[in-house]
Design a binder for this molecule. Structure first.
Ligand SMILES: Cc1cc2nc3c(=O)[nH]c(=O)nc-3n(C[C@H](O)[C@H](O)[C@H](O)COP(=O)(O)OP(=O)(O)OC[C@H]3O[C@@H](n4cnc5c(N)ncnc54)[C@H](O)[C@@H]3O)c2cc1C
Length: 420
Protein backbone atom coordinates (compact mmCIF):
# COMPACT_ATOMS: atom_id res chain seq x y z
CA UNK A 1 0.00 0.00 0.00
CA UNK A 2 1.25 3.48 -0.80
CA UNK A 3 1.08 5.84 2.18
CA UNK A 4 1.73 9.55 1.63
CA UNK A 5 1.24 10.61 5.25
CA UNK A 6 4.15 11.65 7.44
CA UNK A 7 4.66 9.62 10.61
CA UNK A 8 4.96 11.19 14.06
CA UNK A 9 8.74 11.45 13.88
CA UNK A 10 8.60 13.15 10.47
CA UNK A 11 5.91 15.52 11.71
CA UNK A 12 8.15 16.41 14.66
CA UNK A 13 11.04 17.15 12.29
CA UNK A 14 8.74 19.30 10.17
CA UNK A 15 7.50 21.21 13.22
CA UNK A 16 11.02 21.90 14.46
CA UNK A 17 12.05 23.24 11.05
CA UNK A 18 8.82 25.20 10.59
CA UNK A 19 9.10 26.83 14.02
CA UNK A 20 12.69 27.88 13.35
CA UNK A 21 11.81 29.13 9.86
CA UNK A 22 8.82 31.15 11.03
CA UNK A 23 10.17 32.51 14.29
CA UNK A 24 13.88 32.98 13.58
CA UNK A 25 14.53 33.08 9.84
CA UNK A 26 11.52 34.67 8.17
CA UNK A 27 11.43 37.79 10.36
CA UNK A 28 15.01 38.77 9.41
CA UNK A 29 15.35 37.32 5.89
CA UNK A 30 14.10 40.34 3.94
CA UNK A 31 16.32 42.69 5.90
CA UNK A 32 19.44 40.55 5.42
CA UNK A 33 18.56 40.18 1.73
CA UNK A 34 18.58 43.95 1.28
CA UNK A 35 22.13 44.42 2.61
CA UNK A 36 24.17 45.78 -0.30
CA UNK A 37 27.54 44.23 0.55
CA UNK A 38 27.33 40.46 -0.09
CA UNK A 39 29.97 39.89 2.60
CA UNK A 40 27.62 41.26 5.23
CA UNK A 41 24.47 39.22 4.69
CA UNK A 42 25.72 35.97 6.24
CA UNK A 43 24.31 35.75 9.78
CA UNK A 44 26.27 33.32 11.96
CA UNK A 45 23.79 33.54 14.81
CA UNK A 46 21.07 32.09 12.57
CA UNK A 47 23.32 29.35 11.27
CA UNK A 48 24.47 28.41 14.77
CA UNK A 49 20.86 28.13 15.94
CA UNK A 50 19.98 25.97 12.94
CA UNK A 51 22.99 23.73 13.55
CA UNK A 52 22.09 23.39 17.23
CA UNK A 53 18.71 22.10 16.04
CA UNK A 54 20.61 19.52 14.00
CA UNK A 55 19.97 20.80 10.49
CA UNK A 56 23.61 20.12 9.56
CA UNK A 57 23.48 16.60 11.06
CA UNK A 58 20.28 15.21 9.53
CA UNK A 59 21.84 12.52 7.35
CA UNK A 60 24.81 11.72 9.61
CA UNK A 61 24.39 8.36 11.40
CA UNK A 62 24.03 8.41 15.19
CA UNK A 63 27.31 6.54 15.68
CA UNK A 64 29.13 9.69 14.48
CA UNK A 65 26.93 11.99 16.56
CA UNK A 66 24.32 12.80 13.91
CA UNK A 67 20.56 12.43 13.82
CA UNK A 68 20.58 9.37 11.56
CA UNK A 69 17.55 10.53 9.60
CA UNK A 70 16.55 10.07 5.99
CA UNK A 71 16.72 12.04 2.76
CA UNK A 72 12.97 12.53 3.08
CA UNK A 73 13.53 14.15 6.49
CA UNK A 74 16.22 16.36 4.96
CA UNK A 75 13.80 17.43 2.21
CA UNK A 76 11.14 18.24 4.80
CA UNK A 77 13.61 20.50 6.65
CA UNK A 78 14.95 22.15 3.51
CA UNK A 79 11.43 22.91 2.23
CA UNK A 80 10.55 24.64 5.51
CA UNK A 81 13.76 26.68 5.44
CA UNK A 82 13.17 27.65 1.81
CA UNK A 83 9.69 28.93 2.59
CA UNK A 84 11.41 31.50 4.80
CA UNK A 85 14.56 32.04 2.73
CA UNK A 86 15.91 30.20 -0.31
CA UNK A 87 19.56 31.20 0.17
CA UNK A 88 19.66 29.94 3.75
CA UNK A 89 17.99 26.71 2.60
CA UNK A 90 20.57 26.35 -0.16
CA UNK A 91 23.37 26.26 2.41
CA UNK A 92 21.65 23.24 3.96
CA UNK A 93 20.91 21.49 0.68
CA UNK A 94 24.59 21.64 -0.27
CA UNK A 95 25.89 20.70 3.18
CA UNK A 96 23.50 17.77 3.59
CA UNK A 97 24.30 16.48 0.11
CA UNK A 98 27.99 16.39 1.04
CA UNK A 99 27.26 14.55 4.28
CA UNK A 100 25.21 12.00 2.32
CA UNK A 101 28.15 11.54 0.04
CA UNK A 102 30.57 11.03 2.94
CA UNK A 103 28.23 8.52 4.58
CA UNK A 104 27.61 6.47 1.44
CA UNK A 105 30.78 6.88 -0.53
CA UNK A 106 33.78 7.45 1.73
CA UNK A 107 36.18 5.39 3.81
CA UNK A 108 35.63 4.74 7.51
CA UNK A 109 38.61 6.98 8.26
CA UNK A 110 37.09 9.83 6.25
CA UNK A 111 33.73 9.36 7.96
CA UNK A 112 35.28 9.43 11.43
CA UNK A 113 37.34 12.49 10.56
CA UNK A 114 34.70 14.69 8.95
CA UNK A 115 31.32 13.50 10.21
CA UNK A 116 32.52 13.46 13.81
CA UNK A 117 34.08 16.90 13.39
CA UNK A 118 30.77 18.20 12.07
CA UNK A 119 28.78 16.79 14.98
CA UNK A 120 31.26 17.80 17.69
CA UNK A 121 32.02 21.33 16.56
CA UNK A 122 31.72 23.42 19.75
CA UNK A 123 31.03 26.53 17.66
CA UNK A 124 28.20 24.79 15.77
CA UNK A 125 29.61 26.26 12.59
CA UNK A 126 30.58 23.10 10.74
CA UNK A 127 29.39 23.32 7.15
CA UNK A 128 30.66 21.45 4.09
CA UNK A 129 30.91 23.03 0.64
CA UNK A 130 31.38 21.76 -2.90
CA UNK A 131 34.10 23.07 -5.18
CA UNK A 132 33.39 21.57 -8.60
CA UNK A 133 32.55 24.40 -10.95
CA UNK A 134 35.28 26.15 -12.89
CA UNK A 135 35.18 28.44 -15.86
CA UNK A 136 35.44 25.47 -18.20
CA UNK A 137 33.43 22.91 -16.28
CA UNK A 138 30.32 22.78 -14.17
CA UNK A 139 31.60 19.49 -12.84
CA UNK A 140 28.94 17.50 -11.12
CA UNK A 141 26.20 17.99 -13.63
CA UNK A 142 27.60 16.90 -16.91
CA UNK A 143 26.06 13.80 -18.47
CA UNK A 144 28.87 11.83 -16.91
CA UNK A 145 26.93 12.08 -13.65
CA UNK A 146 24.27 9.95 -15.19
CA UNK A 147 26.73 7.53 -16.64
CA UNK A 148 28.66 7.25 -13.39
CA UNK A 149 25.52 6.46 -11.46
CA UNK A 150 24.37 3.86 -13.92
CA UNK A 151 27.64 2.09 -13.79
CA UNK A 152 27.50 2.01 -10.01
CA UNK A 153 24.28 0.09 -10.27
CA UNK A 154 25.86 -2.06 -12.94
CA UNK A 155 23.35 -1.19 -15.60
CA UNK A 156 25.49 0.57 -18.14
CA UNK A 157 28.99 0.67 -19.50
CA UNK A 158 30.28 4.12 -18.73
CA UNK A 159 32.20 4.21 -21.99
CA UNK A 160 29.00 3.77 -23.97
CA UNK A 161 28.07 7.21 -22.81
CA UNK A 162 31.42 8.86 -22.98
CA UNK A 163 31.80 7.77 -26.58
CA UNK A 164 28.33 8.76 -27.70
CA UNK A 165 28.53 11.58 -30.21
CA UNK A 166 25.51 13.31 -28.77
CA UNK A 167 26.95 13.62 -25.29
CA UNK A 168 29.18 16.59 -24.49
CA UNK A 169 31.55 14.55 -22.41
CA UNK A 170 35.06 14.87 -21.13
CA UNK A 171 34.22 18.14 -19.48
CA UNK A 172 36.98 17.29 -17.10
CA UNK A 173 39.43 18.00 -19.92
CA UNK A 174 38.44 21.62 -19.49
CA UNK A 175 39.15 21.40 -15.77
CA UNK A 176 42.24 23.35 -14.84
CA UNK A 177 42.46 22.50 -11.14
CA UNK A 178 45.23 19.96 -10.92
CA UNK A 179 46.44 17.66 -8.13
CA UNK A 180 50.01 16.34 -8.24
CA UNK A 181 51.06 13.44 -6.08
CA UNK A 182 54.01 14.10 -3.79
CA UNK A 183 54.75 11.03 -1.69
CA UNK A 184 51.77 10.33 0.51
CA UNK A 185 50.32 13.78 -0.16
CA UNK A 186 48.65 15.59 -3.05
CA UNK A 187 49.45 19.17 -4.00
CA UNK A 188 46.47 21.01 -5.49
CA UNK A 189 46.51 24.17 -7.62
CA UNK A 190 43.52 25.81 -9.27
CA UNK A 191 40.38 27.80 -8.70
CA UNK A 192 36.71 26.98 -8.19
CA UNK A 193 33.83 29.34 -8.95
CA UNK A 194 30.50 30.19 -7.40
CA UNK A 195 31.10 27.96 -4.37
CA UNK A 196 28.05 28.08 -2.10
CA UNK A 197 28.92 29.10 1.47
CA UNK A 198 31.91 30.92 0.01
CA UNK A 199 34.48 31.43 2.73
CA UNK A 200 32.17 30.24 5.52
CA UNK A 201 32.46 26.45 5.26
CA UNK A 202 34.84 24.40 7.37
CA UNK A 203 35.36 21.70 4.75
CA UNK A 204 35.58 21.88 0.95
CA UNK A 205 35.34 18.98 -1.47
CA UNK A 206 37.58 19.92 -4.36
CA UNK A 207 37.47 18.07 -7.67
CA UNK A 208 40.79 18.05 -9.51
CA UNK A 209 42.55 16.40 -12.39
CA UNK A 210 45.21 13.99 -11.20
CA UNK A 211 46.63 13.07 -14.58
CA UNK A 212 46.44 15.58 -17.42
CA UNK A 213 47.39 12.95 -20.00
CA UNK A 214 45.15 10.06 -18.97
CA UNK A 215 42.35 9.04 -21.28
CA UNK A 216 40.78 6.83 -18.61
CA UNK A 217 38.41 9.12 -16.71
CA UNK A 218 38.82 7.15 -13.50
CA UNK A 219 42.50 7.86 -13.51
CA UNK A 220 42.12 11.46 -14.56
CA UNK A 221 39.94 13.02 -11.84
CA UNK A 222 39.61 12.72 -8.07
CA UNK A 223 37.93 14.62 -5.29
CA UNK A 224 39.79 15.81 -2.20
CA UNK A 225 38.67 16.95 1.23
CA UNK A 226 40.28 20.28 2.03
CA UNK A 227 39.65 21.81 5.48
CA UNK A 228 39.32 25.58 5.42
CA UNK A 229 42.47 26.19 7.47
CA UNK A 230 44.73 24.31 5.04
CA UNK A 231 47.65 26.55 4.00
CA UNK A 232 47.24 27.77 0.42
CA UNK A 233 43.41 27.79 0.50
CA UNK A 234 42.11 31.34 0.08
CA UNK A 235 39.03 33.06 -1.28
CA UNK A 236 38.71 35.43 -4.21
CA UNK A 237 35.72 37.36 -5.42
CA UNK A 238 32.61 37.18 -3.24
CA UNK A 239 29.71 37.12 -5.71
CA UNK A 240 27.11 39.88 -5.62
CA UNK A 241 23.97 37.93 -6.56
CA UNK A 242 20.44 38.71 -7.71
CA UNK A 243 18.95 36.48 -5.01
CA UNK A 244 19.86 33.82 -2.45
CA UNK A 245 21.73 36.54 -0.64
CA UNK A 246 21.69 34.89 2.80
CA UNK A 247 24.25 32.41 1.62
CA UNK A 248 27.66 33.41 0.29
CA UNK A 249 29.20 32.43 -3.03
CA UNK A 250 32.90 32.85 -3.69
CA UNK A 251 35.89 31.83 -5.71
CA UNK A 252 37.96 29.23 -3.89
CA UNK A 253 41.64 29.58 -4.73
CA UNK A 254 44.07 26.70 -4.22
CA UNK A 255 47.79 27.44 -4.31
CA UNK A 256 50.06 24.51 -3.46
CA UNK A 257 47.43 23.14 -1.11
CA UNK A 258 48.75 19.89 0.42
CA UNK A 259 46.35 17.19 1.53
CA UNK A 260 47.15 13.63 2.62
CA UNK A 261 46.37 10.78 0.26
CA UNK A 262 43.80 9.45 2.75
CA UNK A 263 41.62 12.51 2.00
CA UNK A 264 41.35 11.66 -1.68
CA UNK A 265 38.34 9.79 -2.90
CA UNK A 266 36.77 8.30 -5.95
CA UNK A 267 35.30 11.01 -8.17
CA UNK A 268 32.92 8.61 -9.83
CA UNK A 269 31.41 7.60 -6.51
CA UNK A 270 31.43 11.24 -5.54
CA UNK A 271 29.50 12.32 -8.60
CA UNK A 272 27.05 9.49 -8.51
CA UNK A 273 26.02 9.80 -4.88
CA UNK A 274 26.27 13.51 -4.46
CA UNK A 275 24.72 14.22 -7.84
CA UNK A 276 21.60 12.34 -6.80
CA UNK A 277 21.37 13.91 -3.37
CA UNK A 278 22.00 17.39 -4.67
CA UNK A 279 19.16 17.19 -7.16
CA UNK A 280 16.67 15.91 -4.60
CA UNK A 281 17.59 18.57 -2.05
CA UNK A 282 17.57 21.33 -4.66
CA UNK A 283 14.07 20.22 -5.57
CA UNK A 284 13.12 20.67 -1.90
CA UNK A 285 14.35 24.29 -2.03
CA UNK A 286 12.16 24.82 -5.10
CA UNK A 287 9.13 23.32 -3.34
CA UNK A 288 9.61 25.80 -0.49
CA UNK A 289 9.80 28.76 -2.88
CA UNK A 290 6.75 27.56 -4.84
CA UNK A 291 4.79 27.17 -1.60
CA UNK A 292 5.69 30.60 -0.29
CA UNK A 293 4.66 32.18 -3.60
CA UNK A 294 1.29 30.48 -3.32
CA UNK A 295 0.85 31.39 0.36
CA UNK A 296 1.61 35.05 -0.27
CA UNK A 297 -0.60 35.24 -3.36
CA UNK A 298 -3.68 33.55 -1.86
CA UNK A 299 -3.47 35.76 1.25
CA UNK A 300 -3.10 38.96 -0.78
CA UNK A 301 -5.89 38.02 -3.18
CA UNK A 302 -8.28 37.85 -0.25
CA UNK A 303 -7.47 41.35 0.93
CA UNK A 304 -7.23 43.34 -2.32
CA UNK A 305 -10.60 44.76 -3.49
CA UNK A 306 -10.74 45.71 -7.17
CA UNK A 307 -13.37 45.64 -9.95
CA UNK A 308 -16.23 45.36 -7.47
CA UNK A 309 -14.88 42.29 -5.66
CA UNK A 310 -11.91 40.84 -3.85
CA UNK A 311 -9.48 39.88 -6.60
CA UNK A 312 -9.64 36.28 -5.30
CA UNK A 313 -13.16 36.20 -6.74
CA UNK A 314 -12.07 37.07 -10.28
CA UNK A 315 -11.78 33.92 -12.34
CA UNK A 316 -8.56 34.97 -14.03
CA UNK A 317 -6.90 35.36 -10.61
CA UNK A 318 -8.43 32.11 -9.39
CA UNK A 319 -6.85 30.25 -12.30
CA UNK A 320 -3.43 31.53 -11.31
CA UNK A 321 -3.97 30.58 -7.67
CA UNK A 322 -5.16 27.08 -8.54
CA UNK A 323 -2.27 26.50 -10.92
CA UNK A 324 0.19 27.67 -8.25
CA UNK A 325 -1.29 25.23 -5.74
CA UNK A 326 -1.19 22.36 -8.25
CA UNK A 327 2.45 23.10 -9.09
CA UNK A 328 3.38 23.22 -5.41
CA UNK A 329 1.73 19.93 -4.53
CA UNK A 330 3.04 18.16 -7.64
CA UNK A 331 6.52 19.44 -6.88
CA UNK A 332 6.39 18.11 -3.33
CA UNK A 333 5.11 14.71 -4.44
CA UNK A 334 7.87 14.32 -7.02
CA UNK A 335 10.52 15.50 -4.56
CA UNK A 336 9.38 13.14 -1.82
CA UNK A 337 9.22 10.28 -4.32
CA UNK A 338 12.79 11.02 -5.42
CA UNK A 339 13.88 11.34 -1.76
CA UNK A 340 12.23 8.04 -0.91
CA UNK A 341 14.05 6.42 -3.80
CA UNK A 342 17.33 7.95 -2.64
CA UNK A 343 16.69 6.43 0.80
CA UNK A 344 16.15 2.99 -0.75
CA UNK A 345 19.71 3.23 -2.14
CA UNK A 346 18.23 1.87 -5.33
CA UNK A 347 20.97 3.41 -7.44
CA UNK A 348 20.92 6.42 -9.64
CA UNK A 349 17.78 7.12 -11.57
CA UNK A 350 16.66 10.02 -13.71
CA UNK A 351 13.90 10.66 -11.17
CA UNK A 352 16.26 12.91 -9.21
CA UNK A 353 17.01 14.93 -12.34
CA UNK A 354 13.32 15.07 -13.18
CA UNK A 355 12.45 16.34 -9.71
CA UNK A 356 15.00 19.15 -9.92
CA UNK A 357 13.93 20.18 -13.43
CA UNK A 358 10.19 20.10 -12.74
CA UNK A 359 10.25 21.81 -9.36
CA UNK A 360 12.63 24.56 -10.43
CA UNK A 361 10.52 25.41 -13.48
CA UNK A 362 7.40 25.24 -11.30
CA UNK A 363 8.72 27.62 -8.65
CA UNK A 364 9.83 30.11 -11.29
CA UNK A 365 6.33 30.01 -12.78
CA UNK A 366 4.80 30.43 -9.32
CA UNK A 367 6.97 33.48 -8.74
CA UNK A 368 5.81 34.99 -12.06
CA UNK A 369 2.14 34.35 -11.35
CA UNK A 370 2.45 35.34 -7.70
CA UNK A 371 3.85 38.68 -8.79
CA UNK A 372 1.00 39.00 -11.28
CA UNK A 373 -1.57 38.43 -8.53
CA UNK A 374 0.01 41.26 -6.53
CA UNK A 375 -0.22 43.62 -9.53
CA UNK A 376 1.96 46.72 -9.11
CA UNK A 377 2.72 45.87 -5.49
CA UNK A 378 4.32 42.64 -6.65
CA UNK A 379 7.06 44.71 -8.23
CA UNK A 380 7.80 46.70 -5.08
CA UNK A 381 10.66 45.80 -2.78
CA UNK A 382 8.62 46.19 0.39
CA UNK A 383 6.28 43.43 -0.75
CA UNK A 384 7.36 39.76 -0.65
CA UNK A 385 7.00 38.77 -4.30
CA UNK A 386 9.96 40.78 -5.52
CA UNK A 387 12.41 38.74 -3.41
CA UNK A 388 10.67 35.46 -4.24
CA UNK A 389 10.93 36.29 -7.93
CA UNK A 390 14.69 36.88 -7.60
CA UNK A 391 15.23 33.79 -5.43
CA UNK A 392 13.21 31.54 -7.74
CA UNK A 393 15.16 32.56 -10.83
CA UNK A 394 18.32 30.76 -9.77
CA UNK A 395 16.65 27.39 -9.46
CA UNK A 396 16.82 26.35 -13.12
CA UNK A 397 20.47 27.44 -13.35
CA UNK A 398 22.42 26.02 -10.41
CA UNK A 399 22.99 22.41 -9.43
CA UNK A 400 23.22 21.66 -13.13
CA UNK A 401 21.32 23.83 -15.58
CA UNK A 402 17.94 22.43 -16.55
CA UNK A 403 19.17 22.04 -20.13
CA UNK A 404 21.94 19.69 -18.99
CA UNK A 405 19.62 17.83 -16.62
CA UNK A 406 17.00 17.37 -19.33
CA UNK A 407 19.79 15.94 -21.41
CA UNK A 408 20.51 13.46 -18.59
CA UNK A 409 16.86 12.48 -18.57
CA UNK A 410 16.58 11.94 -22.31
CA UNK A 411 19.70 9.79 -22.63
CA UNK A 412 18.30 6.62 -21.03
CA UNK A 413 15.02 7.21 -22.87
CA UNK A 414 16.92 7.06 -26.12
CA UNK A 415 18.96 4.02 -25.19
CA UNK A 416 16.27 1.82 -23.67
CA UNK A 417 12.67 1.00 -24.26
CA UNK A 418 10.48 1.87 -21.34
CA UNK A 419 7.61 3.85 -20.03
CA UNK A 420 7.30 7.02 -17.98
C1 LIG B 1 24.28 30.93 -6.93
C2 LIG B 1 25.07 29.77 -7.45
C3 LIG B 1 25.52 28.82 -6.56
C4 LIG B 1 26.34 27.77 -7.02
N1 LIG B 1 26.91 26.90 -6.11
C5 LIG B 1 27.83 26.01 -6.54
C6 LIG B 1 28.56 25.18 -5.60
O1 LIG B 1 28.34 25.23 -4.39
N2 LIG B 1 29.52 24.36 -6.08
C7 LIG B 1 29.78 24.26 -7.41
O2 LIG B 1 30.68 23.49 -7.76
N3 LIG B 1 29.10 24.99 -8.31
C8 LIG B 1 28.15 25.87 -7.91
N4 LIG B 1 27.46 26.64 -8.83
C9 LIG B 1 27.71 26.44 -10.24
C10 LIG B 1 26.48 25.92 -10.97
O3 LIG B 1 26.26 24.57 -10.71
C11 LIG B 1 26.70 26.24 -12.45
O4 LIG B 1 26.64 27.65 -12.58
C12 LIG B 1 25.67 25.59 -13.32
O5 LIG B 1 25.82 24.18 -13.29
C13 LIG B 1 25.77 26.10 -14.77
O6 LIG B 1 27.10 26.06 -15.20
P1 LIG B 1 27.77 27.36 -15.86
O7 LIG B 1 27.51 28.51 -14.94
O8 LIG B 1 29.18 27.02 -16.16
O9 LIG B 1 26.94 27.61 -17.15
P2 LIG B 1 27.30 27.08 -18.63
O10 LIG B 1 27.66 25.64 -18.55
O11 LIG B 1 28.26 28.03 -19.25
O12 LIG B 1 25.90 27.22 -19.34
C14 LIG B 1 25.49 28.35 -20.09
C15 LIG B 1 24.25 27.95 -20.89
O13 LIG B 1 24.58 26.93 -21.83
C16 LIG B 1 23.79 25.79 -21.61
N5 LIG B 1 24.62 24.60 -21.82
C17 LIG B 1 25.87 24.38 -21.38
N6 LIG B 1 26.31 23.18 -21.77
C18 LIG B 1 25.30 22.64 -22.48
C19 LIG B 1 25.14 21.38 -23.14
N7 LIG B 1 26.10 20.47 -23.13
N8 LIG B 1 23.96 21.15 -23.77
C20 LIG B 1 22.97 22.06 -23.75
N9 LIG B 1 23.08 23.27 -23.14
C21 LIG B 1 24.21 23.54 -22.52
C22 LIG B 1 23.34 25.88 -20.16
O14 LIG B 1 22.17 25.14 -19.93
C23 LIG B 1 23.13 27.37 -20.01
O15 LIG B 1 21.89 27.73 -20.53
C24 LIG B 1 26.63 27.66 -8.39
C25 LIG B 1 26.12 28.61 -9.28
C26 LIG B 1 25.35 29.65 -8.84
C27 LIG B 1 24.88 30.66 -9.83
Amino acid sequence: MVDFSLDDAQLAVQKTARDFAEKELKPVAAELDRIQDPKESWDWELYEKANRLGFNKILIPEEYGGLGLTMLDACIVVEELAVADAGFATTYFVHNAVTRHVVDGCTEEQKKEFLTACCNDPEERYLMAIGDTEHGVAGDKSPRTYAAGKQLSGALDFNDFTNAETVPVNNQKEMTTFARQDGDHWVINGMKRFTTMGSRAKLYTITAKTDPEASDMDAAVATFFVPVNTPGLTFGHIEDKLGHRLTENAEVILEDVRVPDKWKHDWRMNLAIRGMSLNVLTAAVAVGIARRCYEEAIAYAQTRYKGGALIAHHQAVQKMLVDMAIRTKTSRLLTWFAAWQDDQAAGFDVLQNMAKVYTSDACIQNSLEGMQVFGGYGYMKDFPMEKLYRDARLMSIYDGSNEILRHNVIMPMLTATGTA
